[in-house]
Design a protein around this ligand. Structure first.
Ligand code: SIN
Length: 283
């Protein structure tokens, strides 16, 4: 049974734990509104002790919004909208997601949310780090903010899933079925600073995995600005470290955060189930 919702924010306000809900059942309208309000306020919500089936994970996702499109990874059999992020104990290939990124930012309408549920959590390592791209933006000088606001960043999946990308060149065994494709070599642009459609807050919208340049700038100029921004936004003061326990659901906002899946669990199995929620064209 869902009880009174309890939201326990991190001291910085970025990230919160939510207790008192049973996500295996449809949430009453009031509870769903409270979850959405907490999600808008804290960007990353952790719901401990949620032993969901895949069907229940899908049903919870659909309460947040319609499914997003997940390219380049073979979904779970019978569950076209669920990805299994699985790394066996004997795998030595880099763990999936080990680079700062905002999910599928190379899409025209990147997912608003990602939902990740832990099935098997290794005894060491495997944390997920999040950076607060809104607070990172707000910490910049007004003059630098103004300069960034006129820019559009180039996003592409090429470095990861492209024909010459990391997965194309990989030789070690990987359990997850990655689909390398020329589609991944395409690129599009989004505003470098985007405005959150719910909160109205501005946030940096770039990441080292998917942002390959800045429209209209030379390679050297793009590199200088992007390197500065990547270092800036991933400083400890903007980062929340999420530590997993089995059966935890994590809901994050891709519009104002970037994340990084930490390794450090070689020799141990880690299994997560992931869905995405469709988003809008970034503005
Ligand atoms: C990801 O979605 O990037 C993976 C996150 C994780 O496995 O912790």
């Amino acid at each position: 049974m869902s009880g009174p919702i309890e939201v326990l924010p991190e001291p910085s306000g970025f990230g919160a734990q939510v207790r008192g809900l049973d996500l295996s059942r449809p949430l009453p309208a009031e509870a769903l509104e409270a979850v959405k309000a907490a999600w808008a306020r804290h960007a990353v919500l952790a719901f401990p002790d949620q032993p969901l089936t895949l069907d229940e994970l899908e049903a919870f996702t659909l309460q947040i919004g319609p499914f997003g499109e997940d390219p380049f990874i073979k979904p779970m059999p019978g569950h076209p909208n669920v990805l299994e992020l699985r790394r066996e104990a004997d795998e030595t290939a880099t763990n999936f997601g080990a680079g700062w990124h905002s999910d599928w930012s190379f899409q025209e309408k990147p997912p608003a949310a990602t939902i990740l549920r832990s099935e098997v959590v290794p005894p060491v390592g495997g944390d997920t780090l999040f950076c607060d791209c809104a607070r990172a933006y707000e910490a910049l000088s007004p003059a630098f903010q103004r300069m960034l606001e006129g820019l559009r960043a180039v996003h592409s999946a090429t470095r990861a899933y492209g024909t010459k990308g990391i997965f194309a060149r990989e030789t070690q065994k990987r359990t997850m079925e990655i689909i390398v494709s020329p589609e991944a070599d395409k690129a599009l642009t989004h505003p470098l600073v985007r405005t959150h459609p719910v909160t109205g807050r501005k946030a940096l919208y770039v990441s080292p995995v998917y942002t390959t340049g800045i429209e209209g700038l030379t390679v050297a100029e793009s590199k200088a600005i992007l390197s500065f921004l990547f270092a800036h936004m991933t400083q400890d003061q903007f980062v929340h470290r999420h530590r997993w326990a089995p059966g935890m659901v994590l809901l994050w906002d891709n519009r104002c955060t970037a994340h990084f899946a930490e390794g450090g669990y070689d020799g141990h199995l880690r299994v997560m189930h992931r869905t995405t929620v469709a988003g809008e064209v970034p503005v």
